[in-house]
Ligand binder design. Structure first.
Ligand SMILES: [Zn+2]
Ligand SMILES: [Zn+2]
Length: 405
């Protein structure tokens, strides 16, 4: 009955469909996707927006039907299901081709129809990539931050002396990120690290300096100024406010918030928020946020911002697949570098991001001439993370380890 009244609505709304709907007894012979579930079970509810999207996108190609097992017992009996939700794939004659039990991601449903020999291609997916920087990086090596690739301001520079030469960093925060990405002895690196006195430009051992720690009033992001002497830091506090900290106290603050995937130190203001199995954590970049699903095995909810406009993007996963995407047009930038041997590797967390649309992504890449990589779907970004082994996850984003995909 429900089905008939639905056809009736279509009759009124869409003149074109009249001819098709009138002969509903014999035709229309379209293949059909039937999702059997309820309005209360969680994976059933996760299926609802997917079914709505498929209904629109596959109109005229494949019928999409939801059967509520609580109110449509006859249809439920017909399909003899054992669990909800179950998705049944039928050909145009009504013959069952395939069935799947549990939550089923949209991309996986479309892939299954394709595998079964049906053309479900919607509009060609937009693609965008850039493999050569739009301009050469003319900066001197000591003017580029080893962690974030940002410019090193001589007034806040950090230098770490190593056997292979000096490592230049833009700020104490990038040093914290570096320290949290090491699998080797961190204490040794700290002993070889030198920060810059804000007042004089002098180099000061990391552990001997005083740090004026305050918060940016606009963003709430921590701000760290470095001084050779505690008196100079206290004097600066009179103008700037904040707290004067020794290095161990600064380090406690810097290391307090971590990426739930790669363990890197993060400022929450820079990070994606990830809810995983009822616990809140961060993603130091959007791809790491997806990685939390792979590392924890939990379904996650990610709150990220478009890197161009700051617009919110919400990604929910279920059993390692995308359950919902807000907005549905959101895409991921997968920043990559081409190594001398031609192999492409991840360009690191600072070069990844989500965007509300392909247009925003393209604008952002155009505004950042040194970025190289490609646009991928968020479903692909998640699938790449879910394919990682526990060992690859433990090495993810660690300095000196092979960069996993
Ligand atoms: Zn940096
Ligand atoms: Zn991370």
């Amino acid at each position: 009955m429900l089905r008939k009244s639905l056809n009736l609505c279509l009759l009124i709304a869409v003149a074109v469909s009249v001819a098709v709907s009138v002969g509903a007894q014999q035709a229309p012979k379209l293949p059909k996707l039937v999702d059997l579930g309820s309005t209360t079970c969680i994976p059933c509810k996760q299926m609802a927006p997917i079914l709505e999207e498929l209904k629109t996108e596959l109109a005229g190609k494949i019928d999409v039907e939801f059967v509520n097992v609580n109110t449509q017992p006859a249809l439920t009996d017909k399909y003899r299901i054992e669990v909800i939700p179950t998705q049944v794939f039928l050909d145009a004659s009504g013959k069952e081709l395939f069935r799947h039990e549990g939550f089923y991601a949209k991309a996986a449903i479309l892939a299954k129809w394709t595998e079964l020999g049906f053309n479900v291609a919607t509009a060609a997916p937009a693609s965008f990539s850039r493999w050569t920087a739009a301009q050469p990086d003319a900066r001197a090596k000591d003017a580029v931050c080893y962690m974030c690739d940002g410019d090193v301001n001589p007034k806040s520079a950090v230098v770490v002396k190593t056997a292979k030469g000096d490592v230049h960093l833009c700020s104490p925060h990038c040093l914290s990120i570096m320290l949290s990405s090491l699998t080797t002895d961190r204490a040794e690196v700290e002993q070889q690290a030198f920060v810059t006195d804000f007042a004089t430009g002098q180099s000061v051992p990391l552990q001997a300096a005083s740090y004026l720690y305050s918060f940016d009033e606009q963003t709430g992001r921590p701000s760290v100024m470095v001084f050779a002497s505690r008196d100079a830091a206290l004097a600066a506090r009179r103008d700037n406010g904040g707290s004067v900290l020794t290095y161990p106290l600064l380090k406690n603050k810097e290391m307090a918030s971590r990426c739930g995937f790669c363990d890197r130190a993060v400022y929450p203001e820079d990070a994606a928020v990830v809810k995983a199995g009822g616990v809140y954590t961060y993603g130091c970049c959007s791809h790491c946020a997806l990685g939390v699903a792979a590392r924890t095995g939990a379904s996650v909810e990610i709150h990220e911002r478009d890197r161009l406009t700051g617009e919110p993007i919400i990604v929910k996963t279920l059993e390692g697949q995308i359950a919902s995407l807000e907005p549905a047009t959101a895409v991921a930038w997968y920043g990559q570098r081409t190594k001398p041997d031609g192999k492409r590797v991840s360009a690191g967390c600072f070069h990844q991001g989500f965007f509300v649309s392909a247009e925003n992504l393209q604008k952002w890449v155009e505004a950042h001439p040194l970025e190289t990589g490609e646009m991928i779907s968020i479903a692909k970004a998640l699938a790449d993370k879910m394919a990682l082994s526990p060992e690859q996850i433990s090495k993810a984003c660690k300095i000196g380890e092979c960069a996993p995909k």
